[in-house]
Write a protein that binds this ligand. Structure first.
Ligand SMILES: *[C@@H]1O[C@H](CO)[C@@H](O)[C@H](O)[C@H]1NC(C)=O
Length: 201
């Protein structure tokens, strides 16, 4: 086992210890979710709001979450924003605005909807796609899946995104069903609070 893989495993095990509510961890192999066959990146760019997502350490406690994709030449960047709110004795307090910009590539041009996004903290190394756009109609919804394979287990993330904050996709059941068919446990989805958010720019 390489040193980086070992440290990644240790990080993952620590996270498991922290809380199972913060992470979706499954035994065995990542489900094989494939990207939409064609993707018009120009139409996919712009702001996407999280309608629902899996619990993830790097987004813990965040509401009002969005991802903004832009493209500058061959470079795609993904800016994730969110508001960290603390629930204190039933009162929610906005603590601070979070923002992180990541860069993405399309490692295999024949799979245009399978991106490799480099998350800064835990770099998955190599050029393996970790941001799979399973399905999108560009104007209403997008379904994104990510899975980190570790020896013997895997950590999953999934998002259902919309162009309008808080809007339920009309075909939500179909979208979830497609993920479930690919082996994803859609019971892990949590709807995101997109109301009373700070001014969106
Ligand atoms: C969403 O968050 C706001 C602000 O904290 C809160 O007032 C509202 O009740 C929340 N909505 C839901 C459905 O939890």
């Amino acid at each position: 086992m390489s040193k980086s893989l070992l440290s990644l495993t240790l990080v993952a095990l620590t996270m498991v210890g922290m809380s199972s509510a913060l992470i979706v961890l499954k035994n065995g192999q990542c489900p094989s979710v494939s990207g939409q066959a064609r993707l018009d990146m120009a139409r996919y760019l712009g702001v996407w709001y999280e309608y629902q997502r899996f619990p993830a350490v790097f987004e813990a406690g965040q509401d009002c979450t969005s991802a903004t994709l832009s493209q500058d030449g061959g470079r795609i960047s993904v800016t994730n924003k969110g508001t960290l709110r603390l629930n204190l004795f039933g009162m929610k307090m906005a603590l601070r605005e979070m923002s992180v910009t990541l860069s993405a590539t399309v490692p295999d041009p024949s799979k245009p909807s399978e991106l490799a996004v480099s998350f800064r903290r835990v770099d998955m190394g190599g050029n393996r796609p970790n941001y799979i756009i399973q399905d999108t109609d560009y104007t209403n919804y997008a379904v994104v899946f990510s899975c980190l394979q570790l020896p013997g287990f895997n950590i999953q993330n999934a998002w259902i995104l919309t162009r309008v904050p808080g809007q339920v996709p009309t075909n939500l059941a179909t979208l979830e069903n497609n993920l479930a068919t690919a082996g994803v446990d859609v019971s892990k989805f949590k709807v995101i609070n997109q109301s009373q958010c700070p001014e969106r720019s």
